[in-house]
Write a protein that binds this ligand. Structure first.
Ligand code: BES
Ligand code: ZN
Length: 621
């Protein structure tokens, strides 16, 4: 009955929505916890298990066009295959390679979700071939003019599929609960190199045609493609850097310890199962810090700080090769399983290589950021629960410090309660047990109890699982982090009016960030000028520091920094950096108009993900 109900609910999204909001029956709620509210697909009936993608990359029309062959497992001998699509033009559909044309229908467009694509299949259909092309507006894809690249000579394109944007460049079952392998053939202009979240070549092909294989089953949000003037440099046995040629030397220097990171990760939680681990440095409009595309992490060039101070990002994306890419959140409501585990794992890698004082700095900074975010959200806000309910909303709304930092602190709480050795063997076994599967929070909690808690009441009271996962705010048993390193910044910030006297020798990006965050909220122009003269903040090449400094500038009408800020907002598209600046500019009556002017210039250079966020800020003001 419940299985039946689940199928039916997919066909009646409104009913599913009402049930999900109002349902009080705990049992029903549990059995529904793996329903993906952000996908039209019904994988319990017919599931896609493999893709063969064949696409041509056209920079003139800004489209991808060709076909995808889907290998289908028709579990219930259904007559319908339901896929997700968004702004795709479906040209024709054929079944089982014998050119028999299949009927298909696109459903109505639903906000955030796009349109269902329902294909009439036969009970024994195995292969479905879809001819299609993308729209120039495809939400996942950013098409860059040569002027938006470091080299300035060739165009560039890249995709960002997480969370539910893969459907804007491939018709597929776009939910993290469905995994498939894929092969691809990509034709791009000669002189350019194509790369995917798969096995990649390290040299350009003279004919512009590239073949890819991803032999591990992956969820759709890990489908990725980038094309540009890209070169490769090896950094060790199984790892290296891809970047535009002019960026390659600095990128290779910055990430020189990649091989050590991989070794450390393997020592902690088991073998790396994806063949090579490479990193692709993208142009600065990439909307995230990093994206854990299998075999090939996509990264922002803003982590190339020149002093290796931001390499924890690599540890983070690498850690996703276990948490997320091997064991995947079953729905976006379980997002903390991906990110909480990954931040935890990232810290462990960093601790192994750089020591505990370094990680204490990361932890303290992150915890403070989370506190600030919660104070804005309100600590009774349902989005401060680890288990989210994103029905009817953009899964992007779940990308907050809750999943990342509260998630990580929950895991640290368990570690503290059971001790590191037991916890580590649990995590090892967890990754092995659920490798290549997707799991819900509920399934994780059952496993946690079975393997580690054993219904032990003392442990249960120490950890308070329910409070962490299903209640809002931060439970009072949250571990407290002190950082002796960051205390240096706190002491210095107290004496900010005497910048000449401050001892900042050996400070890393983290010391500077904490210093800036500890300054009083109101500072007069003379004191800001003194600070700027001594520490050259406005001229800094470090985007993290600039982001904090510009916020201080806006709050204090320090308009000397505004030219540099405008340049920054027009050249960097990483959402984390631009969002707080627009927020601050809009909040200050003196700079509200400036915010709109700058955004008008900067917007065409941003990826759709960053645009969506900033558009919303502008609308609300
Ligand atoms: N997978 C995320 C990025 C993401 C999350 C994209 C949700 C779209 C939807 C990635 O691993 C990540 O967390 N990136 C962080 C970096 C990090 C060091 C915390 C980022 O981009 O800031
Ligand atoms: Zn992450």
């Amino acid at each position: 009955m419940k299985r039946f109900l689940k199928f039916e609910l997919k066909q009646f999204p409104l009913l599913a929505l009402i049930l999900a909001i109002n349902c009080t029956d705990k049992d029903l709620k549990n059995s529904m916890s793996d329903i993906d509210k952000h996908s039209f697909a019904i994988p319990d009936q017919a599931k896609v298990v493999h893709l063969d993608l064949n696409l041509k990359v056209d920079f003139i029309t800004k489209t991808l066009g060709g076909y995808v062959d889907l290998l289908v497992e028709n579990k219930t001998h259904t007559k319908q295959l339901v896929l997700d699509s968004r702004d795709l033009v479906i040209e024709k559909v054929e079944l089982d390679g014998n050119y028999s044309k299949a009927e298909f229908k696109l459903g109505d467009s639903i906000k955030f979700l796009g349109r269902s694509l329902t294909i009439q299949i036969k009970p024994d259909t195995k292969k479905v071939k879809i001819y299609y092309h993308t729209s120039p507006m495809a939400a996942a894809i950013q098409w860059l003019d040569p002027s938006q690249t470091a080299g300035g000579k060739y165009p560039f394109m890249f995709t960002q599929s997480q969370a539910i944007l893969a459907r804007s460049w491939v018709p597929l079952q776009d939910g993290p609960g469905v995994k498939f392998t894929y092969n691809a053939t990509i034709a791009c202009p000669v002189n350019l190199m194509a790369l995917m979240s798969a096995e990649n070549d390290t040299v350009k092909h003279t004919d512009g045609v590239y073949h890819f294989k991803q032999t591990n089953p992956i969820p759709s949000y890990l489908m990725a493609l980038a094309v540009g003037d890209i070169a490769f440099k090896s950094l060790g046995k199984n790892c290296g850097i891809y970047a535009e040629p002019s960026l390659l030397p600095s990128a290779a220097w910055e990430f020189a310890n990649m091989e050590t990171m991989i070794q450390s990760a393997e020592e902690l939680y088991g073998k790396y199962l994806w063949g090579r681990y490479d990193l692709l440095v993208l142009p600065p409009s990439f909307p995230f810090g990093g994206m854990e595309n299998p075999c090939l992490t996509f990264a922002t060039p803003t982590v190339i700080a020149g002093d290796r101070s931001l390499v924890s990002l690599v540890a983070h994306e690498l850690a996703h090769s276990w948490s997320g890419n091997l064991v995947t959140n079953a729905t976006w409501d379980d997002f903390w399983l991906n990110e909480g585990f990954t931040v935890y794992f990232e810290h462990r890698i960093m601790e192994k290589i750089y020591g505990k004082p370094y990680v204490d700095m990361l932890c303290k900074l992150e915890f403070d950021e989370m506190k600030k975010e919660i104070s804005v959200m309100g600590d009774a806000n349902a989005d401060t629960k680890l288990k989210l309910n994103l029905v009817g909303r953009d899964p992007d709304d779940g990308v907050t410090d809750i999943a990342y930092i509260k998630g990580c602190f929950f895991l640290k709480t368990i570690e503290n309660a059971v001790g590191r050795p037991k916890w580590d063997s649990f995590v090892n076994k967890y990754f092995k047990t659920f490798a290549f599967q997707s799991i819900t929070t509920e399934k994780f909690l059952v496993y946690l109890n079975h393997e580690l808690i054993h219904d032990n009441n003392i442990l249960k009271q120490k950890i308070r699982i329910d409070d962490w996962v299903y209640k809002t705010g931060i439970p009072s048993n949250c571990p407290i982090i002190e950082s002796t390193e960051l205390q240096k910044s706190e002491r210095a910030a107290k004496d900010y009016i005497h910048p000449q006297k401050l001892d900042t020798k050996g400070w890393t990006t983290h010391h500077w960030l904490h210093f800036l965050r500890c300054l009083p909220s109101k500072i007069n122009t003379t004191d800001l000028q003194k600070l700027d003269a001594k520490f050259k903040f406005t001229q800094s090449g470090n985007c993290e520091i600039l982001c904090d400094w510009f916020q201080i500038a806006i709050s204090n009408d320090y308009d000397i920094a505004y030219n540099a800020m405008e340049k920054y907002l027009c050249s960097v598209g990483r959402r984390k950096f631009v969002q707080p600046l627009y927020e601050k500019l809009l909040a200050n009556p003196k700079t509200k108009a400036t915010a709109k002017e700058i955004y008008k210039k900067a917007r065409p250079g941003y990826h759709s993900v960053a645009r969506a966020t900033v558009d919303q800020l502008m609308e609300n003001k």
